[in-house]
Design a protein around this ligand. Sequence first.
Ligand code: ADP
Ligand code: MG
Length: 207
Amino acid sequence: MVVNSEPTRISAQSPSHPARPLIVGPSSPSPPYPIRLRGKVCKGFGRGGKDLGCPTANLPDDNAGVQAMRGKVDTGVFYGFARVIPPTQLDPDDSDLNSSSNLDPNSSLSPLSPTSYLVYPMVMSLGLNPFYKNSDLTAEIHILHQFDNDFYNFDIKVLVLGYIRPELDYVSREALVQDIDIDKIVARRCLEREAYTAFSRDRFFWE
Ligand code: ADP
Ligand code: MG
């Protein structure tokens, strides 16, 4: 598969997929999957996301793992697992030492609840970045978990395991929201297959 430069066009009058299959892809991940990504969550374009009931954690534009997907996969929507990485904890024995040795930028992040740091299913949108004349890929990850807080500037790890569908150029908000809802169901169903579930325990998330 190769990255498309033009997203597929659909119209509001013709729903994109009247009956989309809920399980897609082979029974076990096959190359180029699994694809492992890691990066710090940064501010996105502010388009879509929470407004659509689907916040997406953006990886930095220059993320090496994301850019390495160019030429290996099409743009579009993917499924897999993701984990928010807890900020580095200070060693309690060092806590009363001068803080000059504790310059970890993560140490100032407010911690999330403990369940926030588990591995969850995710859907990821991989698209071409309009700010760079579409020469860069941009990755937006929606984690299928209700978080108690935002996690900007936290590191996340993402394991991409399969492809759901190409990017569509929506002319109606309803059609977009409907397809996002179906993407979430498809991702869950695809990941319930044992060969995929096994990757939720991948040591990548914990090393
Ligand atoms: P932005 O344009 O800055 O990416 P979004 O509306 O897409 O704004 O919101 C993304 C932010 O929402 C993420 O960076 C993260 O901090 C937060 N967030 C809360 N819940 C989730 C979730 N389930 N999946 C992804 N991000 C989430
Ligand atoms: Mg976003």
